[in-house]
Every structure is written in structure tokens, then in C-alpha cells.
Design a protein around this ligand. Structure first.
Ligand SMILES: Cc1cc2nc3c(=O)[nH]c(=O)nc-3n(C[C@H](O)[C@H](O)[C@H](O)COP(=O)(O)OP(=O)(O)OC[C@H]3O[C@@H](n4cnc5c(N)ncnc54)[C@H](O)[C@@H]3O)c2cc1C
Length: 534
């Protein structure tokens, strides 16, 4: 069960160079309890223990936010410095991160706003709530998300171990009994002696409850999710700059470039021909539509089924990221004056301007996936496939990611975060989960797991190199490090990985991506295990 919030004040006295005495006063269940705690000067101890291999250097006294203790980690040849860490948000990323850190002996204070405060999507009093679907998606290694799960299992993910125990039949997907899953995760967190769960809504990054953890030796992890409370989201926006913090997410589908019909789709920039751009060059791929083809697409778009708005989501869209189907409802020609406008293009097959043009912009440097410009959508996924395949050149399009729209607090990670997912503007504060710009249950948990491993490695005075770009986790984490004009959250998919570098047959591509990822990840993991870091 949740514990009462602790108020803590410290008075520091000095006694010699290597020892500090702290008087801590805590409010425990309404009683004011004071304790004297001795804390060694860490830097002096580390230098002595490293020089003399002393077994005696260790922290004396209780857990105290903002202080570090150290323990020899000789089997692995590292000195472990124990940290006190505040994790804000007991969702998927927060629980996974907290469990990882606690397992490594760190003292974690998990601050969760429920049950006193809830986002409109959270209904349970448990931690690690799955707010919508009960599916954790494909468990097959021939998908980016299946590979990510396999890599997380190798890293000892609690999230996946618990999910396995709550599995319900779902074919090739891993689906869980949502309530059993949240109960089991909560029990696992509460059984972990190094985690102190506190019911508390953190009001901002400046909330006094975080102050002791911001001191030397402490860390703060913000894992408050896509629906982070208003005060905390605003404070985050202030820290990273309002232009680097987003509160809404409008995602257009992404398709594989190789799956387009290149006898129809042509490469050109708008007004490129008029400006002397050589044929076959330019920044965009373009799908030209005749009037009849456009009308067929338009009618299908109007009739297609959309995802029902979640209770918490208002059907309110910014003009710049209006769903394409909502825009279409304004009139038959709204799209041809908007995202599908044909001006400045000449179809090389006819030598004339098409009636409408759907543009595709390269999604990554390899050009192997591309984004349907202006086509953010709330259509259900099967309808997205059906409707967009009516566009000439896209009849056999394979989707790397489907479009979606929902409320989502996330930062422009490549600019706002450092390599260790800490805020560039506030180095002691790290982000984890969906708020970093990953998308999805499993991806959010993976991000929390990664940060836990990274902080633990740092506590040993070591750095944890990113998993290889060819692996699913490595590709996902690199997404957070790759600057983009319009940075958008991403789930795990093969399109984030480097291209195969061989002319693979279409039907072999997934297996080749998977085999390469597995080999690269195993080699990386083996090296980290030898270093005692994973
Ligand atoms: C409506 C909706 C539906 C979604 N559906 C799916 C889906 O079907 N499948 C999928 O893969 N992904 C889905 N997602 C995306 C996403 O993967 C999940 O939201 C996922 O839970 C994110 O994990 P997280 O740990 O980052 O955040 P969360 O799991 O949301 O955890 C954040 C926690 O922080 C707490 N918190 C917030 N603010 C504070 C504060 N100030 N102080 C203390 N605690 C705080 C919250 O109460 C919550 O427990 C959905 C997202 C939304 C918004």
C-alpha cells in the first residue's frame, strides 16, 4: 500500500574530513522522528578504497535522499556507488526503471499521483496501468516490436516477465489480462525492499519533494507519461523551451519506399521543373491523381471508419495537424487546395499537371521509408491500408507505421535531451517513457529499462554504450538522438534501422532485418556482460 508522504529536513555537522553527520527529521505517520546518520565523504572513500582495496568503505545509517553510499562490486571489478533516486510516475516506464535500479541496490522513491489524482485515461489504483488496448503487439522476431521484446527479455525486463504470467490467447501477439498485469506489477514493486512508494502529485520540476534528490549523488527520473499532470508538463515546457515540448501528437502513416510503384510515383520538388530541376530529382516522391482517381480516394476517405475518441481526448485539433479525413469533410476540393495540392508539379507520364498529388517525404537518411505528407489520421489501421492503397502508385504499399492522433506530452528529444536522457537544461533530471518521444507500451517500458541500466552503470563509474543501431532497442534509442525538422514519437519498427545494404528480395527482408538485429544485439550484450554492466 502507499505510504504517507515524508517530509525530510537535514542538518549537517562536520566531524573530520571523511565523515559527515546528518540529523534527519522525518514525518512518519504523523510522528516527527529524528535520527542521526553518519555519512562518509564519498570522494575520499572512493580514492582510499580504490587505492587500498578496502572492504570497509560503505555507507552507515539509513537511506537518505541526496547522499550516496558505495559498495565494492568486486566480481565485476567495479566500485558500486549507491544512489538515491526519485522516479516520478509509477506507469510502465517508471516501474521498469525503479525495479531495475532497486535490484542493483539503489534506493528508489517512486512518486505516483494516483489514486488522489488521475489523468482522464487512468482508472485503476494500481501501478503500471495499460490505459487502452490489452495487447503488447507482435511477439514474432520478424517485427521490430517482437525483436524489442526479445532484447528486453535478455536484459531481464520485469515488465515482460510479469506480462508473460498474465498472458491471454492472442495468436502471434502478446496480450495480457490488463487488471492481473497491473496488480502483479504493483505487487512486484511493493515487494522490492529498495523501493519506497509515495502517493504524491509532483507539482513541477521545482517541487520541494525532488530537492533532496537533485543534490550531489541523487537523481530524478520523470516518467509521468503522455498525460503528465498539467503543472509538471508546463514546468517541463519551461525547462526545455516551449518550442521543444509538445502536448498533442498527429502522426501520418509511414510506408516502405520499395513497396511503391515507381513507374507511377515520380521524384520532384514543387515548382522544381519551372526552376530547372533535372527530371527525377527533388526532395519528394509524388503520387499523381487524375480527377476520377482522386474522387475514388476522397469517397473512401469520407466513408472509412475512425478510431473512437478515448474518453479523455477532446475532438479538438489544431489547424496545422487536422486529421486528413476531418479536413476532407469540409468540402470535395478542400484537400486539393490543401495537403494534396498539385500546383508546381508535372506528371512525367502525361506532361500535364495532375488533379491532385499525394507527397511522400523521406523519413530517414536511407530513404527506405517515407511519410505521407499532411495525412495524419484517426482512421483505424485496416482502413488506412485500404484507403491509401487507392492512391496511384500505392496499390501495394507496405506500412512501416500507421497514423494516429492523441494527446501526448513529449519533448523534442534530439535537442532537449542529452545522451543519458537527462534534460540539457537540467542535467540531474532524466526523462523515461513516452515523454521522451518513444511511442507505445513496450517502447515506454524499454526506455525505462534502458535508463535504469544506464544509471546503474554510471553509479559504477562506467558508461553504457548504446546497443547497436541494427538492434531494435538501439534503433529506438537512436531515434531520440536524431535531429528532425518535425520530431515525432516513434514505436519500434525496421524503418528505424540502417538499410540492409544488400539487394534483398521483398519476401526475405523481415527475416534479414531480424537475423542481423539478433546477431548485433547478442554481441553487444555479451561484451556488456563481460564488463558486468548488463
Ligand atoms: C489514451 C491513450 C491510449 C493509449 N493506448 C495505447 C495502446 O493501446 N497501445 C500502446 O502500445 N500504447 C498506447 N498508448 C501510448 C503509451 O504507450 C502509453 O500511454 C504508456 O502507458 C506510456 O507509458 P509511460 O510509462 O511513459 O506513461 P504512463 O504509463 O502513462 O505512466 C505515467 C504515470 O505517471 C503518473 N503521473 C502523471 N503525472 C504525475 C505527477 N505530476 N506526479 C506523479 N505522478 C504522475 C500517472 O498517474 C501514471 O501512472 C496510449 C496513450 C494514451 C494517452
Amino acid at each position: 500500500m502507499a505510504q504517507a508522504d515524508h517530509e525530510m529536513t537535514s542538518k549537517m555537522e562536520f566531524s573530520g574530513a571523511n565523515l559527515r553527520k546528518f540529523r534527519t527529521v522525518q514525518n512518519e505517520g504523523g510522528r516527527s522522528v529524528s535520527r542521526n546518520v553518519d555519512v562518509y565523504n564519498l570522494d575520499a572513500i572512493i580514492s582510499v578504497s580504490c587505492r587500498e582495496s578496502s572492504e570497509k568503505a560503505f555507507f552507515v545509517g539509513g537511506l537518505n535522499a541526496g547522499t550516496r553510499s558505495i559498495s565494492p562490486d568486486r566480481g565485476r571489478g567495479n566500485i558500486m556507488s549507491k544512489m538515491s533516486i526519485a522516479v516520478v510516475g509509477g506507469g510502465l516506464a517508471g516501474c521498469e526503471c525503479a525495479l531495475r535500479l532497486a535490484r542493483d541496490g539503489h534506493s528508489v522513491t517512486l512518486l505516483e499521483q494516483k489514486p488522489a489524482h488521475r489523468s482522464p485515461a487512468h482508472v485503476s489504483d494500481c501501478l503500471a496501468e495499460l490505459v487502452c488496448s490489452n495487447s503488447l503487439r507482435s511477439d514474432e522476431s520478424t517485427s521490430g516490436i517482437g525483436l524489442l521484446k526479445a532484447e528486453m527479455r535478455l536484459l531481464g525486463s520485469d515488465f515482460l516477465a510479469v506480462a508473460e504470467g498474465c498472458r491471454v490467447p492472442a495468436g502471434k501477439a502478446l496480450a495480457v489480462d490488463r487488471e492481473a498485469f497491473a496488480r502483479a506489477m504493483t505487487a512486484r514493486v511493493e515487494a522490492e525492499g529498495n523501493i519506497r512508494r509515495v502517493e504524491k502529485q509532483v507539482s513541477s520540476l521545482e517541487d520541494p519533494v525532488l530537492e533532496p534528490f537533485a543534490r550531489e549523488g541523487g537523481r530524478v527520473v520523470i516518467a509521468a507519461g503522455p498525460l503528465a499532470s498539467h503543472g509538471l508538463s508546463s514546468s517541463l515546457a519551461q525547462a526545455v523551451g516551449a518550442q521543444h515540448c509538445y502536448f498533442y501528437d498527429a502522426i501520418a502513416p509511414i510506408v516502405w519506399t520499395h513497396s511503391l510503384d515507381h513507374s507511377v510515383v515520380f521524384r520532384a520538388s514543387r515548382y522544381g521543373q519551372e526552376n530547372g530541376e533535372p527530371a527525377g530529382q527533388g526532395d519528394y516522391l509524388n503520387c499523381p491523381m487524375s480527377r476520377e482517381e482522386y474522387e475514388t480516394f476522397y469517397e473512401a476517405l469520407l466513408e472509412a471508419r475512425t478510431v473512437a475518441a478515448h474518453g479523455c481526448e477532446q475532438e479538438k485539433h489544431f489547424e496545422g495537424c487536422m486529421p486528413v479525413e476531418a479536413l476532407a469533410r469540409r468540402g470535395a476540393r478542400t484537400l486539393v487546395f490543401g495537403p494534396l495540392k498539385p500546383v508546381g508539379f508535372v506528371d512525367p507520364r502525361t506532361g500535364r499537371r495532375p488533379w491532385a498529388v499525394l507527397q511522400l517525404r523521406a523519413e530517414n537518411a536511407n530513404n527506405d521509408t517515407c511519410n505521407l505528407v499532411g495525412c495524419q489520421t484517426k482512421l483505424i489501421q485496416s482502413e488506412q491500408a485500404r484507403v491509401f492503397r487507392l492512391v496511384p502508385g500505392m496499390e501495394a504499399a507496405e506500412f512501416a507505421r500507421f497514423g494516429s492522433m492523441h494527446r501526448n506530452t513529449y519533448v523534442n528529444a534530439p535537442l532537449a535531451l542529452a545522451d543519458d536522457l537527462s534534460l540539457v537544461a537540467r542535467p540531474g533530471i532524466h526523462l523515461a517513457g513516452q515523454i521522451t518521444g518513444v511511442e507505445g507500451y513496450v517502447e515506454s517500458a524499454a526506455c525505462g529499462l534502458w535508463l535504469g541500466l544506464l544509471l546503474s552503470a554510471r553509479a559504477r563509474g562506467r558508461d553504457l554504450p548504446l546497443p547497436p543501431a541494427e538492434s531494435s532497442l538501439g534503433a529506438l534509442l537512436r531515434h531520440l538522438r536524431t535531429p528532425a525538422r518535425h520530431f515525432q514519437p516513434s514505436n519500434a519498427h525496421f524503418g528505424l534501422m540502417p538499410e540492409l545494404g544488400e539487394r534483398a528480395r521483398k519476401k526475405d527482408r523481415k527475416a534479414l532485418y531480424a537475423a542481423r538485429a539478433q546477431e548485433a544485439f547478442r554481441a553487444w550484450l555479451q561484451a556488456r556482460r563481460e564488463e558486468g554492466l548488463a
